[in-house]
Design a protein around this ligand. Structure first.
Ligand code: NAD
Length: 495
């Protein structure tokens, strides 16, 4: 394709405009392809196969065949392959970040940060491979012995979004392969290339053919291809990260075959700042939490509640810090601190949210529109004060660089407002009170609570939401690898 000149890789062989089937780089049977756009310029820079429903079976069958052998590979060997994968990803970090930056729009510094964050999961699950444990129970009858063994569940399917394709993929793949499962990945049509590069590195790390297959397709074919994958009788587990709307569709497909499912869904995360907070720390945390990935992260602060005594000061500090630190531009420009949104849909949604907030009395303190001089899917970092519960941005996940400020007076009020959502992914608060910290940890309805921090995700901590933000955990000791295991109870009579 033209424009690939923009993507100058140290190892150009990592760029695959193909799907990965049983160790071979292949096209769709129809030979159709779809275009991958650079959201910072709206130019096409690559294309990938448009697989359709007729292509799906061979990917699953290949994964099933691979699973039959791979399940017998001992845990130490699986761990060694994961560590080799970790090493190869580390060596290819810059190339991976360049691909990621171009397909998602995120600045290079953020793309490198995503690869570094993701590497933690490859390392962590290499260790987990050797820590899979069954158990032996105390017998209730003297001639009985009961024990539980853990085994890999089988062929898994991974459906991932475009916002963190590298991190989401490594988090899922490393857990599945550590457990002894095989996996078919269907990347998001916006960002398949970094995932294909990761799969190539997994092959180079020694994972047998078919243990990791990648089937690409476009937005039109995604629903049917995903449905076929989820309903395929050989598939035993589906791990989905994406919106709650699509997650519930995927869960319905999986219910037919009673498949095990992990659902990492949308967020509508509150960020609460109390009068006694260290405001400098709170602003610094929010700057990263909100503006990184141009606001397109499930764990980002969607609603910022600030106590009356510091509301005006906090708003002022936030606007000044945004003015000083955020430079909107193309992801490849080293001066850029905020890239474009990844899709045109995202920009249109932001325009709706800003118009709605203003029509309900919101005051635009900063930004508020598309920058005039940039060709891609850009939007200014936007801060709106005087937000209220009836606004669109209060009810819906914004998924963009719009930061709404809400005023509250008491702790009880803050908790009620924070919990007034169907979502429950993450919540954050800043306070110096230890008592309040405990109360909020217990009272906020979310799967992850950031206390005086905007970052509550790491390989060693369980990641996942409650309520409509999903179920099942990724990362953390025992719980994440358990998602890819089945347990079998053995009962023995001893005479
Ligand atoms: P999305 O739900 O539109 O898409 C997610 C995946 O599902 C993509 O691969 C997409 O191609 C596929 N898909 C789309 N329509 C489908 C259908 N009808 N049937 C089956 N599959 C379908 O989400 P997105 O816009 O790519 O990503 C943004 C969303 O993801 C946000 O809601 C965000 O909060 C969520 N997210 C959650 C987490 C988490 O860990 N909880 C992490 C990142 C993103």
């Amino acid at each position: 394709m033209e424009n690939t000149a923009r993507l100058e890789l140290n190892d150009p062989s990592l760029l695959h405009e193909a799907s990965l089937l049983n160790g071979e780089w292949v096209q769709a049977q129809s030979n159709k392809t779809f275009e991958i756009l650079d959201p910072g310029s709206r130019q096409t820079f690559a294309c990938c196969p448009t697989n359709d429903v007729a292509d799906v079976d061979q990917y699953v069958v290949s994964s099933q065949r691979a699973f039959e052998n791979y399940r017998k590979v001992n845990p130490r060997e699986r761990a060694q392959m994961l560590l080799k994968w970790h090493q190869l990803i580390t060596n290819a970090r810059e190339d991976l970040a360049k691909v990621l930056s171009l397909e998602t729009g995120k600045p290079m510094v953020e793309a490198i940060g995503e690869v570094n964050y993701a590497l933690g999961f490859a390392w962590w699950f290499a260790g987990e491979a050797e820590r899979i444990r069954g158990s032996i129970g105390q017998p209730s009858m003297s001639d009985r012995r009961t024990f539980v063994i853990k085994q890999p569940i089988g062929v898994c399917v991974s459906l991932v979004p475009w916002n963190f394709p590298v991190a989401m993929t490594i988090r899922k793949v490393a857990a599945a392969l550590a457990a002894g499962c095989s996996m078919v990945i269907k990347p998001s049509p916006e960002a398949p290339l970094s995932i294909l590069a990761l799969a190539d590195l997994a092959s180079r790390a020694g994972f047998p053919k078919g243990v990791l297959n990648v089937i690409s397709t476009d937005n039109d074919n995604t629903p049917a291809v995903s449905e076929r994958l989820c309903k395929h009788p050989l598939v035993r587990k589906v791990t989905f990260t994406g919106s709650t709307r699509v997650g519930s569709i995927v869960a319905k497909h999986c219910s037919e075959g009673v498949k095990k499912v992990t659902m990492e869904l949308g967020g509508n995360c509150p960020f609460i700042v109390f009068d006694d907070a260290d405001l400098k720390e709170a602003v610094a945390a929010l700057m990263i939490l909100k503006w990184r990935t141009a606001g397109q992260a499930c764990t980002h602060a969607n609603r910022v509640y600030v106590q009356g005594g510091v509301y005006d000061k906090f708003a002022d500090m936030l606007c000044k810090s945004t003015e000083q630190n955020i430079r909107v531009g193309h992801g490849s420009d080293p001066h850029t601190t905020m890239g474009p949104l990844t899709t045109s849909r995202g920009v249109e949604k932001l325009e709706r949210h800003v118009a709605d907030a203003v029509s309900h009395g919101g005051m635009v303190l900063y930004g508020g529109k598309r920058p005039v001089n940039l060709a891609g899917y850009f939007f200014e970092p936007t801060i709106i004060s005087d937000m209220t519960p009836d606004m669109l941005s209060t009810r819906e996940e914004i998924f963009g660089p719009l930061l709404g400020l809400y005023k509250f007076e008491t702790e009880e009020e803050a908790v009620t407002l924070a919990n007034d959502t169907s979502m429950g992914l993450a919540s954050y608060f800043f306070t110096k009170s230890v008592d309040r910290t405990w109360r909020l940890l217990e009272n906020l309805e979310a799967g992850m609570i950031g206390m005086n921090t905007g970052n509550s995700s790491a390989a060693e901590s369980p990641f996942g939401g409650i309520k409509e933000s999903g179920y099942g955990k990724e990362a953390g000791k025992d719980v994440a690898i358990e998602e890819y295991l089945v347990s079998k109870t053995g009962t023995l009579t001893v005479i």
